[in-house]
Write a protein that binds this ligand. Structure first.
Ligand SMILES: [Fe+2]
Length: 421
């Protein structure tokens, strides 16, 4: 998030209210094919139940926007401050993350009623305090936060359903991406030098994208598209998962401890994969996804290449447009490169960069300072945005982050090489 209210979008007050209603409605619409039972399940600690997502994003508006601004604000339920706080320790204690799936109560109906309670209060407040820059900034932040949870809601329910022996589809009517030949793999050479990195502050951004600063790039070349399923299958068939020489020590331990020998959602037949539309044939030309940093790194070493740094990635991505995502494509899967270079809208891309603060980084004041900065240890930066990332979030400076063994998000990669030839 930006660290000042001046850099919020210049929406009129009415349009911010309309935007609030739109984003909140999108979240609920993503649950349209789910049954109440589906929304309770937590398949692993990283995954949150759909119902919890619906409540948590609402709690953020209640706790950080409504309560500090409305005298005598009536909470929907005092228990929710404990149940739906995620990780804001400065705001109080919270229910343990791995136990979110135990919350059969409150019911889904109560959570939807909670959303209505908070929506009505938010719209009243936005209507009355149209000139409150701080309110507009926090509302914008809350909406961006909710859009991040829209993506998590989809990736989490995908994991939940993948663990169900019936392997239900989140939406069986989802079309598959067009099956076309990916563009041949090529690399663009880049001459080294000092490059500006980070958000320029003109539009909304998170605090971890700032401050804009100089980064040193060495001569390198970067692939013009993502690594495909066909290419990754070649790695699997060549014994990539049993060749200790190409794995980082932590990665080698992880794949052996966990028995990994293929991407998360590939079937044992190496021909089918679990998708939000159910089990489908793997498209060999589409980018590989649901691989960990360890797998991406090992593949790159096997291919006599490496992963790009986040600074190399951003420099290249600055020259490319957003291809689109599920809102305008209609399918919720990464697609083969037919045009463009897949910098946005297919998979989050692992980089070789540790998630760390930029020089001069300052988190937001107060509890919302816990949003990004405190996670800058032991995680890797990913860039771009996936096929289920909100389009509003796709920008070259956007940074997300995951532990190197994470696979449940749409995580893929492109290759880079030293030298610009
Ligand atoms: Fe959150």
């Amino acid at each position: 998030m930006t660290s000042s209210a001046e850099s919020i979008p210049t929406d009129s007050p009415n349009s911010l209210t309309a935007r609030f209603e739109y984003v909140r409605a999108v979240t609920v619409s993503l649950t349209g094919t789910l049954m109440a039972e589906d929304t309770v399940v937590q398949s692993m600690p990283d995954v949150s139940p759909t119902k919890w997502h619906l409540a948590h994003v609402t709690w953020l508006f209640e706790r950080f926007v409504l309560e500090p601004r409305i005298d005598g604000y009536r909470r929907y339920d005092d228990n929710f401050d404990f149940l739906f706080n995620s990780y804001y320790y400065t705001a109080g204690q919270m229910h343990a993350r791995p136990k979110r799936g135990l919350l059969s109560r409150p019911t889904l109906a109560e959570i939807l009623d909670y959303r209505k309670h908070v929506d009505e209060a938010m719209c009243r407040l936005l209507g009355k305090r149209a000139d409150d820059d701080d309110l507009c900034f926090l509302t914008t932040l809350g909406l961006n936060h909710e859009q991040q949870h829209q993506e998590l809601l989809l990736t989490d329910i995908k994991h939940v359903f993948s663990c169900n022996p019936m392997q239900p589809a989140v939406n069986s009517a989802l079309p598959s991406p067009p099956k076309v030949a990916a563009t041949p793999l090529s690399f663009s050479g880049v001459e080294g030098g000092i490059q500006k990195t980070g958000a320029n502050g003109d539009d909304f951004c998170y605090d971890n994208e700032t401050p804009r600063h100089d980064a040193l790039l060495h001569d390198h070349s970067i692939a013009d598209r993502l690594v495909t399923n066909a290419e990754f299958l070649e790695f699997v068939r060549a014994g990539g998962y049993s060749n200790c020489a190409i794995w980082l020590s932590d990665g080698w331990a992880k794949i052996n401890d966990s028995g990994w020998n293929r991407p998360l959602y590939w079937g044992e037949d190496l021909a089918t994969e679990f998708t939000l539309g159910g089990m489908r044939e793997i498209d060999p030309q589409a980018p590989v996804s649901h691989v960990s940093f360890y797998e991406a790194d090992a593949y790159a070493r096997w291919a006599e290449a490496r992963l790009p740094t986040e600074f190399e990635w951003e420099h290249a991505a600055n020259a490319h447009d957003v291809d689109g995502n599920f809102f305008d494509r209609g399918y919720w899967q990464p697609a083969a490169a037919v045009c463009g270079q897949q910098y946005f809208g297919d998979v989050w891309e692992w980089t070789s960069s540790s998630y760390a603060p930029y020089p001069g980084f300052r988190p937001l004041a107060g509890s919302l300072g816990e949003y990004n900065g405190k996670f800058m240890c032991n995680q890797m930066t990913v860039r771009g945005g996936s096929s289920v990332t909100s389009r509003d979030h796709m920008r070259a400076s956007y940074r997300s982050f995951f532990y190197p063994d994470a696979r449940w998000q749409f995580l893929g990669f492109r290759l880079a090489r030293d030298g610009n030839r």
